[in-house]
Structure formats: structure tokens, C-alpha cells
Ligand binder design. Structure first.
Ligand SMILES: [Zn+2]
Length: 274
């Protein structure tokens, strides 16, 4: 082999080695891209990469159960629009806005449906409430509206009375308002101001042992109402268990809230995430 032939052989070997190195680098890059694509695909499920596959299966089951909303009918009893909803959140932390129209959207409930002195309710909600009471009556259950819409002034009077009773019962004056607020909402923070809520028959614990309560447990959601304050959710709502207080949210919304076992605070938050 001449010197130049040897030189050519060395050059050819170097070219061959270089080509091999380029191919190897390309394969490594391809593998790296593929792994990255698989990992980032998994992250779309919001599954933390450090949970075991068994845990992530459970997580994905829970989230698919939450998100797979059953297909509810468009129409409720009496042809009521089942998709109509009112999710306005009013509580101690979310008082009604200062410019809220307290009176503008109210209608007067006919006397035969009332067993208290207050008579007004949101006019768009009344057809649902009427249909519910009519259905209860048809089942022989004597459901009546006890306390629907309350003005700011009425709520202020109820709240002051409650504060005074707390003080009479031995609560220190500086703690009486906070204690009263767990039972009677501060003016401006009561759902009753909205005309979307009502107490039925009576506003006390005896309601829970009545046939009216039993009927409402079974049927209130069919007319768009939820039992708004359950003892289990007191930490979130800030209100004690009230078996007599029902809030209109809409038929399909009520069914969803009950299916998810949420209170309105949780449901509003849940909707903001979905
Ligand atoms: Zn109430």
C-alpha cells in the first residue's frame, strides 16, 4: 500500500466514524423527544408525576366521575325550564352588592300558599315554587311558605333581636354579634334579600321531623330547590343546620349540587374550575 493509499484509507475510516456518530446522535435525540412527548402528555391530566400508577388511576376515575355530568332533561315538571338557574352566592363573606335591586324583581305570593306574614318572592322563581307546593299538596303534604323575601330593614330588626337575646342569655356583648350571625344573617348577607330563598312552614328544628321535610328531601330538587344549610357544611357556609331553608338554584343545578354532595359555595367554586 502506497503512502497516498494509506492516507485515503484513514480519511475513509474517519468519514465512516463521523457518519456513525451523527446517526447515533440523531437516534439519541429522537428517543429523547419521544420520552418528553410521553411525559408531557401525562401531565395534561394534572397527575403529579410522583404518584404511583395505582393512585393516578384512582385520581382519573374521580375526576371523570365529577366531570361526566349526567344528561338531564331540558324540561322539568309543568313544562318548567330545567336549565334556568340562579347561582347568585350570598353569605357572610359575599354580601349583596350595594346597588343590588332588592325590590325590582318581586311578585306577591297568593295568600293560600302562605302561613306567615311575609309574601314576596322573585317573580321568575315563583312558578317553580308554586309547582312544588302544588305537587306537595297533591301528595297530601301541607307545605306552606313561611318566610320568603325579607327587606334589609326586616333583616336588621331580626339580627338586632337575636343579638339582644344572646346578651340576655349571657354572651359577652363583644361576642354577641358573631354568635348571632351563625343563626341570623347580618343585614345584607341574607339569602332572603334575594327573593331566591324561603323558609317553609316554620323556622325551627321541628321541621325536620315533619312529613313536609321528608317530602322536600325527595322532591325539592325536581323544582330547582336545595336545602341550603346542612350541618355537615357549616364550616363552609358559616350557618347552622337549617332543615327549613330552601334556596332556588334551578332544576338541573339542584340535581348536580345534590349529586356532587356540595353546598352552593362549593358548587360555585367547582364551576369556576370546570
Ligand atoms: Zn331562611
Amino acid at each position: 500500500m502506497t503512502k497516498s493509499q494509506r492516507h485515503k484509507a484513514i480519511v475513509r475510516r474517519r468519514i465512516f466514524v463521523s457518519i456513525c456518530a451523527v446517526i447515533l446522535a440523531a437516534v439519541i435525540l429522537l428517543i429523547a423527544f419521544a420520552v418528553k412527548a410521553i411525559v408531557s402528555g401525562g401531565e395534561k391530566d394534572n397527575t403529579p408525576s410522583d404518584v404511583s400508577s395505582a393512585q393516578s388511576e384512582v385520581l382519573s376515575e374521580v375526576s371523570s366521575e365529577e366531570s361526566s355530568v349526567p344528561s338531564y332533561p331540558e324540561t322539568g315538571p309543568n313544562g318548567l325550564d330545567a336549565n334556568y338557574s340562579k347561582l347568585l352566592l350570598v353569605n357572610g363573606k359575599n354580601p349583596l352588592p350595594g346597588d343590588y335591586d332588592y325590590e325590582g324583581n318581586l311578585t306577591t305570593i297568593p295568600d293560600e300558599y302562605i302561613n306567615g306574614s311575609l309574601k314576596q318572592v322573585d317573580k321568575d322563581v315563583w312558578p317553580y315554587m308554586k309547582a312544588m307546593i302544588d305537587a306537595a299538596w297533591a301528595d297530601g303534604v301541607k307545605l306552606y311558605v313561611w318566610s320568603p323575601y325579607r327587606s334589609y330593614a326586616t333583616q336588621e330588626m331580626l339580627f338586632k333581636n337575636k343579638v339582644n337575646r344572646c346578651i340576655q342569655n349571657g354572651t359577652p356583648e363583644d361576642k354577641a354579634e358573631a354568635e348571632a350571625a351563625t343563626v341570623v344573617a347580618r343585614p345584607g348577607t341574607s339569602e332572603h334579600h334575594t327573593g331566591l330563598a324561603a323558609d317553609f312552614n316554620m323556622a325551627n328544628d321541628k321541621f325536620e321531623s315533619t312529613e313536609m321535610f321528608k317530602w322536600m328531601q325527595e322532591h325539592a330538587e325536581d323544582y330547582g330547590f336545595i336545602m341550603r344549610y346542612s350541618g355537615e357544611k357549616q364550616e363552609i357556609t358559616g350557618v347552622i343546620h337549617e332543615s327549613w331553608h330552601y334556596r332556588f338554584v334551578g332544576i338541573n343545578s339542584a340535581k348536580e349540587i345534590n349529586r356532587l354532595d356540595m353546598c352552593l359555595e362549593e358548587y360555585v367554586e367547582y364551576l369556576s374550575r370546570h
